[in-house]
Structures are given as structure tokens and as C-alpha cells.
Design a protein around this ligand. Sequence first.
Ligand SMILES: Cc1cc2nc3c(=O)[nH]c(=O)nc-3n(C[C@H](O)[C@H](O)[C@H](O)COP(=O)(O)OP(=O)(O)OC[C@H]3O[C@@H](n4cnc5c(N)ncnc54)[C@H](O)[C@@H]3O)c2cc1C
Length: 415
Amino acid sequence: MPRTIHVIGAGLAGLAAAIQLTEAGETVAIHEAAGQAGGRCRSYHDPALDMEIDNGNHLLLSANHAALGFLRVVGADDKLVGPPHADFPFVDLKTDERWTLKINDGRIPWWIFDKAARVPGTRAGDYLALARLLWPGRDASVGDVIACKGVLYDRLVGPLLLAALNTAPPEGTAALAAAVLRETVAAGGQACRPLVARDGLGPTFIAPALDYLSKHGVTIGFGRRLRALTIAAGRAVALDFGDATVRLGADDRVILAVPPVVASALLPEISAPSEFRAIVNAHFRVAPPPGTPPIVGVINGITEWIFAFSDRLSVTISGADRLVDTPREALAKTIWSEVAAVVRMGDAEAPPRWQIVRERRATFAALPSEERKRPGAETSWRNLWLAGDWTATGLPATIEGAIRSGNRAAALAAR
Ligand SMILES: Cc1cc2nc3c(=O)[nH]c(=O)nc-3n(C[C@H](O)[C@H](O)[C@H](O)COP(=O)(O)OP(=O)(O)OC[C@H]3O[C@@H](n4cnc5c(N)ncnc54)[C@H](O)[C@@H]3O)c2cc1C
């Protein structure tokens, strides 16, 4: 009998692992607790809006090579769309100033010397001072390395790092901020073109992955929550799903691609992040005015980014723990008044049909103390590997990190 590699969890890390293993000719079985795949990156039918939406707006950048590779393998790379250049429109709600940050294509950052391309109110020297953030100490926070104040910070560095880390930048891990900046902004505009799943996360990432797996004969067991892993003689020997137990053959292997809280409950010996940060999304069922850019950065509001889809405007607020207990109606009203001002449409007092989605544990908190807890893919058990955005990918909790972690676990498990 050929060996089977069991993948627990069908989020992007688990799906990436399963796809890599399938490409390598392995026999794969996926076990997913929920009734659908995708985990924190999924689409669903929202009853309040009566439309298909994503659990949260997801922004990728053109440097996200693992995510793009994943889409290429499953034949969906045309579904992630973005402008040909790294242009980022911004609006400052306090001053009503509007500008477009234009990061030129190549590696030499001409844009910081160009008044029409950089952030208004900043000078080239302000950007050069940021260079020290590219190679920080391992345990430093962003606030240890740069002054988290001033026009450039308020209008660009702060919003960018908050979105990347989902953690207030002054306390955020400088090494993770540096990894993102090195791969994107410092690599030039062609590495940081914004990319969005225009038709939704499900149709872009998840459905094509499931199609690919089913065409290759991979079975996905939905509603199969792993309750316990039996370990004996240094290896996993059985998977307990409550109503069924899978005994592992001598050469069978396991990739555990579940969130950190679940992984720690199953394997109390491992180290894993235990502090999290929320993300709030507000969705408004309204067609944006023609010409509304796909993404707009908002300064001096509670709204941080507005994503424009053909049938809705959706807002992302990161590190949003302060908002998780705010009444939903109040949030919808305030956010809509900001959106109406930015896109210049509608009655600012009366939101169209809306939904507020709060993911309390959207990502692990990107703090130096949590970074130290992230484990590698390898465990002390010889047929068991870990995957997930929370493992030691060197990146914050992102689609790119999740997919890289799945690819890495697959490469180790297939050896
Ligand atoms: C609101 C929001 C906005 C975000 N925005 C962005 C963004 O703009 N850009 C970006 O790159 N990233 C973003 N992210 C992060 C991104 O979604 C995640 O990094 C990525 O989806 C994590 O994938 P994963 O496979 O590691 O984990 P998960 O998606 O959490 O997958 C784990 C899977 O394991 C399953 N599972 C749990 N327990 C068990 C069990 N006992 N047995 C079997 N299965 C189990 C779960 O049901 C789930 O399907 C955002 C996340 C959120 C929540």
C-alpha cells in the first residue's frame, strides 16, 4: 500500500500542502472540521446583505510569489487582479486632501524624490531615515527602531505596517515589518502592485483548489474535527475524529494545519502564539460610483482601507480589538459616513444595507514576545509536521505566509 499523508485543516496552509503533495505524486487525505474549506480566507452568503461576500477583505501584493504559484497550479492566476503599477490612492478625512502614492517599477526608489509620487508634506530624507527598519534586531519592536510619529508615519508607514502586522506598529515585531518591506516596497513597484480577488476569495482561491484536488482524486472529509492525536514511540499512530479513528500505517504521515489554539490543545508540548488581534470589516451593499479605485487608503478615520467591488464597498480596520464591543449599528453609521465622504456618494447619515463582520482572532499578535513562540514546521515526532500562518514563516499572518508554510511542510513530509 502506498503511504498516505493526512492533512488536518483545509485552510490555505492545508490546501497548499495537499496541492504540493499531490503534485509530487503522494496519496493525500484532507480532514476539515468545518463544512467548507478556506478557514479564515473564505466567501459565504451573507443573509443581511443577501449576497456572497468574503469573511474579510484580503489584499495581496505582486511579490507574494507563493500565493501566485498556488493560483497558477490550480489554474486561477487570472482571478487575482490589480493595476499595472503600484499606485495607491489615499484620502485624508481631516483635511480632505487626496493623493496617489506612486511607487516606480524598478528597485531604485525615484518616487521618494518626486513630489507628485510621494506622500504630500514629506521629504526624501524622511524615507531614507526608514532604511534602518530594513535590518532590525531580532527582538526589536518597530517603535524601538523608528520614531512612530510625523507626517510620513501618519500617512504611510503607520497604515502600511498596521495592515501588514495587524498589530499597532509601535509594539509590532520589527523583523516582520522588515521582511514585508524588503520583499515589497524596497524591491520596487513591480513587487508591490496591489492584488485583490475581484470575484471573491472562495471563487479565486478555494473553489479552484478543491477542483484541482478532486480532479487528482484527493478526498476531503468535511465535518471531521480532529479530537486527539495518539503518539507512541516518537510518532503519531492514530487520528481520533470522535466518531471514527484512523490508524496510521508505518509510513503514513501527518501535516497539522490548524490554528494555533487548536494545535496547542492537540499537542500541548509545542510552542505556539497565544495572543491575537481582531479585524473588523464593514460591508455596504451599494455599487460604487464609476472610477472608484479598487482600494483607497483612509487617513484620520476609523476606516483604514476601502475596497470597491462591483456590487459593494467594503472597509477593513486592522488591530481592531478596541471596536469588538462597539454596538454594530453605531459602527456601521460611523464607517458609512466616512466611506460616503471618501467616494463622494450617498447620504452620509443613512448607510445602505450593511453588515459588520468581526473576526476576534483574525491573526496572532505580531509582537516580539509572540514571534519567539512560533514553531518551525518540524516537530519532535518523526511523521508529524506543522503548517499555518502562525508557524515560523518569517512573515506576518498572511495568505503568503500560510501558503509558504504549507509548501514547506509538504516538502518535508514528502522526503
Ligand atoms: C478578516 C481577515 C482579514 C485578513 N486580511 C488579510 C489580507 O489582507 N492579506 C493577507 O495576506 N492575509 C489576510 N488575512 C490572513 C489570512 O486570512 C490568513 O493568514 C490565512 O487565511 C491563514 O490560513 P491558515 O491555513 O494558516 O489558517 P486557517 O485559515 O485558520 O485554517 C485552519 C483550518 O483548520 C480547520 N480546523 C480547525 N480545527 C480543526 C480540527 N480540530 N480538525 C480539523 N480541522 C480543523 C479550520 O476549520 C480551518 O479550515 C486576514 C484574515 C482575516 C481573518
